[in-house]
Design a protein around this ligand. Sequence first.
Ligand code: SAM
Length: 288
Amino acid sequence: MFSYRHGFHAGNHADVLKHITLLTCLKLLHKKDTPLMLVDTHAGAGIYDLHDRFAQTSQEASEGILQLTKASSTMSNQDVIDYLQIISNLQTSQNIQIYPGSPYLLWQSMRALDKLRLMELHPSDFPVLQDNIHQLKTKRQDIKMDMVDGFNMLKAYLPPPSRRGLILIDPSYEDKGDYFSALKALEEAIHRFANGVYLIWYPVLSRLDAKEFPSRLKKLTQEHNLPWLRAELRIKPMGEDGLSASGMWIINPPWQLKESLATSLPILQSSLQINEAGSYLIEAAESA
Ligand code: SAM
């Protein structure tokens, strides 16, 4: 489990899909004034340097954020523009070197009345996350960071006092037990807080446990009679080098998320696809 470092993957196409979906959900949820609890069960290091040895070894950002930035001058979609603006504000030069992880995006979107809870188990990434967030945090922001198993800890924060919350569950799935642990954590979380907006990232792979994961998520969501949305982005055919596609499963999707993703995902597909082999999928169901 400790072999996984998100620094190898920061800014790849899966991060682009995940982070645009996350920011779009936050924007839609912030249309209401009620306080929100923001939870990231698998936070990572918070901010990444695309010139460090991790990112330079894998070069995954070249098929993600660096590719998207090349197409940015012709971009007309506000959600994509807002995401690129946050990234551009982090840079000290014209080039993209610093990439924000989900903790940074949640931090920069949180309002004074929101709470942020970050969990990260890796003994090397957790202190980096702490340092990064301590440098950003203002005195009045309610932020807690725990070096714990996010699957187990999630329930401790639910339900939030305001009864409104967004929960990002973003394991690497390099530990094959993550598929089961994610479903178990979700089951417990929904039991305590059925109104939460849950965002679960997953890789699209041909292995059986990965292939079955969306239908397991669907079954669990339907058993609780909750609305859901599934969004997937493919940039190249399955079997080519590296991850070719990934998805987001959203339980209780905010109003108009489907419409928003229906305009941003075609742009991600056309900007990031390799040899015209990209595609996207959006599927959703209201509760019965
Ligand atoms: N959410 C981050 C982002 O979007 O920037 C990336 C997270 S990365 C895909 C998964 C992270 O989960 C890794 O940093 C890994 O060390 C951490 N991790 C693995 N197992 C964990 C667990 N059981 N609880 C909390 N964190 C865990």
